[in-house]
Design a protein around this ligand. Structure first.
Ligand code: PLP
Length: 394
């Protein structure tokens, strides 16, 4: 295969060598079930404890408040469904946003069918919720606010600390889907008043199919997966020891050089944004200009159909995405782009490029050079564009 430039790190990331190396002994040698009595089991349990410590440290949590799950979607489902069950005596009202991941939105729709009421907050043109609207939406029967830390499509970072403050001032639980943020930007469950937080291994250079949930001490969330007594009886199932070790290692690596990586990715991202907006006509940046994930760039190109653009980029060895991985394959424009006010025809021509610390400046320049040509070529073939140019001239 020719050189591939992978710019779809919001969909998934490469498992780091150090992470894989840390995991392998737990397949080959230390394969014990950590719940057993013999000392061979103790070795697995020690590794799990170490991983839990590292995973907790990244968000300033106590290790005993971190629970390993089967991924981000499971954590999101758990947070919402179990909160509804545990706080039924208080009410059945949930507040979330229109730009959440489907793991939240589809769970909310399911809960509505079960008799819950859900308020879906609007976002502004940058994808930021209004704190004022949030506060006004709180009712006596509101049991949960679930707002994502950072959006997976447009990269916008929500004002999490302020949301946490408002939630706690009104005695409402606050959950955040931090799957895109955990391991990428600084998070602090204490300073930000977060009660529950979802994260996923494969979004920060760990393995797939393993995630975690932070649950603040005192929050009445019970088990979502019933069975054995693992994870303080809150999440049954034999521990995925290699996966947990991988997540712990990825968390430790993320903590060890977060600032450095953020600075590097931000510089690359800003170069990409600058070149695209300056060199490609009728392009726009989606998401907040500065309050955004260091590795996220999301554009719309008028008169362009996203799928064709992605196919031509693929021919040039570039992996990007249009909308999110879960929605590609469907023809509906992204709910996030519609929520920030883009009309359907423009939302169709979107491109998300998400970088990693392995991305280089040469990669970015190559991508922009290719993209310029691809867009010019597609526009030449577009009757809409030809019409537009004629009208401009007239
Ligand atoms: C990827 C993602 C999820 C789902 O995580 P999985 O581990 O793939 O189930 C949830 N929320 C956001 C914001 C995501 O980006």
């Amino acid at each position: 295969m020719k050189h591939m430039i992978y710019l779809d790190n919001a969909a998934t990331t490469r498992v780091k060598e150090e992470v894989l190396d840390a995991m392998l002994p737990f397949f080959r040698e230390t394969y014990s079930n950590p719940s057993a009595i013999y000392s061979f089991a103790g070795k697995s349990m020690e590794a799990v404890n170490e991983a839990r410590k590292n995973a907790a440290a990244l968000i300033n949590a106590r290790p005993e408040d971190v629970y390993f799950t089967g991924g981000g979607s499971e954590s999101d489902n758990w947070a919402l469904k179990a909160a509804v069950e545990a706080y039924a005596c208080k009410g059945k009202h949930i507040i979330t946003s229109k730009i959440e991941h489907h793991a939240i939105l589809h769970t909310c729709q399911y809960l509505e069918k079960q008799g819950c009421e859900v308020t879906y907050l609007d976002v502004d043109e940058n994808g930021v919720i209004s704190l004022d609207a949030l506060e006004k939406a709180i009712r006596p029967d509101t049991i949960l606010i679930s707002i994502m830390t950072a959006n997976n499509e447009i990269g916008t970072i929500e004002p999490i600390a302020e949301i946490g403050r408002i939630a706690h001032a009104h005695g409402v639980l606050f959950h955040t889907d931090a799957v895109q943020a955990y391991g990428h930007i600084p998070l602090d469950v204490e300073a930000m008043n977060i009660d529950m937080l979802s994260a996923s291994g494969h979004k920060f250079n760990g393995p797939k199919g393993i995630g975690l949930m932070y649950i603040r001490k005192g929050v009445k969330i019970r088990s979502f997966i019933h069975g054995g007594a693992q994870e303080r009886k809150r999440r049954a199932g034999t521990l995925n020891v290699p996966g947990i070790v991988g997540v712990g290692k990825a968390a430790a690596l993320a903590a060890s050089h977060m600032e450095e990586r953020m600075a590097k990715e931000t510089a690359l991202r800003d170069h990409l944004i600058y070149r695209v907006l300056n060199e490609i006509p009728h392009s726009r940046l989606n998401g907040h200009r500065t309050e955004r994930l260091p590795n996220n760039a999301n554009f719309c190109f008028r008169f362009i159909e996203g799928e064709s653009m992605l196919m031509l980029l693929d021919e040039a060895g570039i992996c990007g995405s249009s909308g999110s991985a879960c929605t590609s394959g469907s023809l509906d424009p992204s709910h996030v782009l519609l929520a920030i006010g883009l009309p359907h025809e423009i939302a169709h021509g979107s491109l998300r490029l998400t970088l990693s610390e392995e991305t280089t400046m040469e990669d970015i320049d190559y991508v922009v050079d290719e993209l310029k040509e691809i867009i010019a070529r597609l526009r030449e073939m577009s009757p809409l564009y030809t019409d537009f140019v004629k009208k401009e001239k007239a």
